[in-house]
Write a protein that binds this ligand. Structure first.
Ligand code: NAP
Length: 296
């Protein structure tokens, strides 16, 4: 049986450290703060934003909740981001994605000041990541790196295969793993929907990371015996027996992989809790920089 990598437990220990540091910083007059901007009422986005605000509160951080209607104009959203850029209480700004179709996501993300880019999606920060420089790293990939480290899994010299090349998960994760030093030094293969013979690649992985958004895509025959599997996927499967009418499933056949993988993350309770934790981590990091600037 594969060992379950408990993201909730690892995230909870990290959040306790973050809470203590937040308390210390707040005691010196710098309370870390995050502006959370939501456009529209998409149920999944509302639930993500609610979870993030709860985590901020538990960490003792200041949270500025800003909601705009689905019909809001792009300029209105950019004005709001600019207000947050100028607000000294706000260390980080999060614009919940996806945005309504009539809003240009790229323009909005560019309007966030790179020093307040808690999600790490600004091209300036992504560029620094690629160059191996310190910046705000996107929360899900960074959370995976922290999860591996907390579980005592080294990446140096290991072959990591990532299924998915999105700018928010696959690509930044590949770059973090390629970086020099702790959490990096891996040999990385990135697969996508045009990859020929996906299983041929996944079977080479010492560490297999599934981030395709396709329920159950990775089956036991696609995994090398003893490989470690990180399941990033969050797929809603209709289920009338559940109160919400759906259940969550990852990108792997979790049950089927039990007999072949050495370790595996569950869905939910694996990567998800780490993602929110890294949002707190990035907000704290930005607040520390504000503290240094103001000499506190
Ligand atoms: P995305 O933007 O839709 O990207 C999916 C990637 O997977 C694309 O690169 C796509 O290839 C590739 N892909 C799709 N089907 C494939 C297949 N059959 N074979 C090989 N590659 C395939 O999704 P995302 O935002 O990266 O998210 C991926 C999953 O992770 C989703 O389920 C999402 O909900 C989940 N997620 C979870 C968290 C968390 O905190 N737990 C955070 C972020 C995302 P192309 O580029 O060729 O289209």
């Amino acid at each position: 049986m594969a060992e379950i990598l408990d993201g909730r437990k690892i995230a909870s220990a990290m959040r306790e450290d973050i809470r203590r540091e937040t308390e210390r910083l707040a005691g010196r007059g710098v309370r870390p703060g995050l502006a959370v901007i939501l456009v529209g009422e998409d149920p999944a986005s509302v639930s993500y934003v609610t979870a993030k605000e709860k985590a901020l509160e538990e960490a003792g951080m200041f949270s500025l909740d800003r909601r705009l209607p689905e019909s809001a104009a792009e300029e209105e959203l950019i004005r709001l981001v600019e207000e947050c850029n100028a607000d000294p209480r706000v260390d980080g700004i999060l614009v919940q994605l996806p945005l309504p179709k009539h809003i240009n996501e790229e323009r909005v993300l560019l309007s966030i000041h790179p020093s307040k880019d808690a999600d790490g999606f600004h091209p300036f920060n992504l560029g620094k990541l690629m160059l191996g420089q310190d910046s705000f790293y996107p929360c899900t990939p960074y959370g995976i790196i922290k999860l591996l480290a907390a579980a005592g899994v080294g990446t140096r010299g290991r072959h990591v295969v990532i299924v998915g090349r999105s700018p928010t998960v696959g690509k930044p994760l590949a770059n973090l793993l390629l970086g020099k030093g702790e959490g990096g030094d891996a040999t990385v293969t990135v697969c996508h929907s045009a990859t020929d013979g996906l299983a041929r690649h996944t079977r080479q992985a010492d560490i297999l990371i599934a981030a395709a958004g396709k329920a159950g895509l990775i089956t036991a025959d696609m995994v090398k015996p003893g490989a470690l599997v990180i399941d990033v996927g969050v797929n809603r499967i209709p289920d009338a027996s559940k109160k919400k009418g759906f259940r969550l499933r990852g990108d792997t056949d979790f049950e089927g992989l039990q007999s072949v993988a050495s370790k595996i993350t569950p869905v939910p309770g694996g990567v998800g809790p780490m993602t929110i934790t890294m949002l707190l981590y990035n907000t704290l990091k930005a607040a520390k920089a504000r503290g240094r600037q103001s000499g506190q």
